[in-house]
Structure formats: C-alpha cells, structure tokens
Design a protein around this ligand. Structure first.
Ligand SMILES: *Cc1c(COP(=O)(O)O)cnc(C)c1O
Length: 217
C-alpha cells in the first residue's frame, strides 16, 4: 500500500518534483516498506529520531531534516544529513558550517521562509532572508562547507485553497527574484499531504509528504 501511495503522488506531480517521504513518528519497518518500493529520500523533524533511524537503516537513504533545528544538535546529524530544509538564522548557518567542516563535508541547506498567515510557523521574513543572503554573499570565504541550494516554506493550515495558492505564489516569486543573486538556487521545497498538488502547480520542485504515504500520525 505504501508503494502504491508513493506511485500515485509521483504520477500526479511529475518527474520534476522530488518526493521527500516524511517518516516522522513512523517505525523503521514502514520505512523499509517504502524503501523496498524504491523510495530513497526520507524526511524527519527530530534530530534524535533521525539519527536512530539512520543507524538502523540502509546507508543509501538520503536523510532530510525538515523540522526546526537547534544549534546544539547540528553536530549529531552533520556526518550524514543530505539536506537541511529549515535554516532560519545566521547563527544556525554558522553552526552547520562549523560542524560540516569537522565532518569534512559540504552540507546543502534551504532557507526557511515564513509565508503563512499564522504565528506558529518558523522562518525568515523577506527582509531577514535578504539580509542573510547578502551577508553570505559578502563573506563567501567563511562558507566553504555549507551550500544554500534553495528555499522552503509552509503554507497556512487552512481549507482556503486561494490563500494556500497565494502563499506558494509569494514564495515562488521570492525564489525567482533570488535567481539573480550569486546563488544558483535549484530547490523550492513546498507542499505537504494536504496541499502538494497546489504546490506543484505553483512551481514546487520538492514536496514533503507524510500522512498520505504512511497514514495519519
Ligand atoms: C510533518 C511535516 C510534513 C509532512 O506533513 P504531512 O501532512 O504528514 O504530509 C512536511 N513538512 C514539515 C516541515 C513537517 O513537519
């Protein structure tokens, strides 16, 4: 069933949208079911849970950290994480640079942008985003082990499709504006179980889907 769920989502969104299967709270047995169906990209929102699953599961899995990340926990995932979706401060970016250097790696990250009409979602506003990017562009020699490859955003948790669509449009516009800066941004991570179709229509290149694949949490 998990494999069929994955196939359906992939068919609906097409080849240009990468699917991150969000496996938070789900046991390794279910992750293996998805893995055996050909899914190699998984997302977790807690450092400890991701690290435990990394230890137990096949090493060709790409692990994506999608949740809020505390600076003091970066060291646990730096040796293996494939992409961090949730960078929302210079302090966090600096810690990732430091820990990536210790692990002799270059870690790709997305900057999380606040697009929702809610107080609860993390992320940078547009001014903070531009400040951070300008700072990194002006100090590239300090950032040899971290690579900003795109943006991530979460739309409001609402039934109002127009609002969700407008929030994704806003992020897409910001993403396009940044294409003229020094970064070659490839990844626009937006869309979850309830809004991935809208996100794909609005130019998402990466969706993060959990409950629609593995069942409700
Ligand atoms: C949990 C989570 C998802 C997946 O949510 P579903 O509604 O289960 O698809 C996507 N992105 C982030 C940041 C999450 O925390």
């Amino acid at each position: 069933m998990i494999g069929a769920n994955i196939d359906k989502i992939k068919q609906e969104t097409g080849e240009n949208v990468k699917l991150v299967a969000v496996s938070k709270t789900k046991p390794v047995e279910l992750i293996m079911e998805a893995y055996n169906a050909g899914q190699l990209v998984f997302g977790e929102n807690k450092v400890q849970e991701m690290t435990e699953k990394y230890e137990l599961l096949p090493k060709d899995i790409e692990w994506h950290l999608i949740g809020h990340l505390q600076t003091n926990k970066v060291k646990y995932i730096a040796p293996f994480v494939h992409l961090i979706h949730s960078v929302d401060s210079l302090k966090l970016l600096n810690e990732i640079e430091k820990q990536a250097q210790k692990s002799n790696r270059v870690i790709s990250v997305l900057l999380q942008v606040f697009i929702a009409n809610e107080e609860t979602k993390f992320g940078l506003d547009e001014t903070e985003l531009n400040d951070l990017i300008n700072y990194v562009n002006a100090n590239t020699e300090q950032y040899k082990h971290v690579k900003i490859t795109g943006l991530m955003g979460m739309a409001s948790n609402t039934e109002n499709e127009t609002q969700i669509r407008n929030e994704f449009k806003k992020l897409k516009t910001i993403f396009e504006k940044l294409q003229t800066s020094n970064f070659k941004l490839q990844t626009l991570s937006m869309g979850m179980s309830h809004d991935y179709k809208i996100a794909a229509e609005e130019g998402s290149t990466m969706i993060r889907v959990g409950s629609l694949i593995f069942g409700e949490r």
